[in-house]
Design a protein around this ligand. Structure first.
Ligand code: IMP
Length: 184
């Protein structure tokens, strides 16, 4: 028995970790909190591709302020389910972020190495402010001091897919976050 995906039980998907209604509720709460905090200084949302694309789309619409959006992509070497910690920039931002109030929209923080790379990279461009909004944080695994301003859910340290997260590019369009126990 697995979680239902694409019309049938998928034995590689073990358990729903965050349901669609839980995602919708939390994203709405985060949007309201961000809108309150950023009144008078419209944020530039920077999403990290590809995993953050559904979160970015939902969060941007939950923030009742004029926001701008931009995207960057990073890759970390490693296998499908284990990151190596060596991160490189694959797609840079289109916009100049100097003097802007930047809010990084991340799908999931595991070791935190991707985030510390991003923070260093973005701070060097001298934004007016830089904060992080991460939908999912895996408990107990962060290797660096992370300083994440907005968090969706703290989840157990299992490999998960859905709502943007993939294994070998699959499952990104599942409407839930669930544990993946198949081959990597
Ligand atoms: P970190 O650098 O170890 O924090 O890893 C962050 C990146 O690894 C995320 O942005 C994801 O792309 C990927 N990642 C980490 N954990 C998972 C997971 O459980 N499922 C899918 N991707 C993950």
């Amino acid at each position: 028995m697995g979680v239902k995906a694409y019309g049938q039980e998928d034995p590689n998907l073990q358990e729903v970790v965050v349901s669609a209604p839980e995602l919708a509720k939390r994203v709405a709460e985060l949007g309201a909190e961000i809108a309150d905090d950023y009144i008078g200084r419209d944020p530039l949302l920077v999403a990290v591709l590809k995993g953050a694309f559904p979160f970015m789309a939902d969060l941007a619409r939950a923030i009742d302020l004029p926001v701008e959006v931009d995207f960057m992509a990073v890759a970390s070497y490693g296998s499908a389910t284990k990151t190596s910690g060596v991160v490189r920039l694959v797609k840079d931002l289109d916009l100049d972020i100097s003097g802007r109030h930047v809010l990084v929209v991340e799908d999931i923080v595991d070791s935190g190495l991707t985030l510390s790379f991003l923070r260093r990279n973005l701070l060097a461009r001298e934004p007016a402010s830089l904060e992080i909004c991460a939908l999912l944080i895996k408990e107990g695994l962060q290797k660096t001091q992370l300083d994440i301003r907005y968090t969706g859910f703290v989840i157990p340290p299992d490999f998960v897919v859905g709502y943007g997260l993939d294994v070998n590019q699959r499952y990104r369009n599942l409407p839930v976050v669930c544990t993946y126990v198949g081959p990597s």
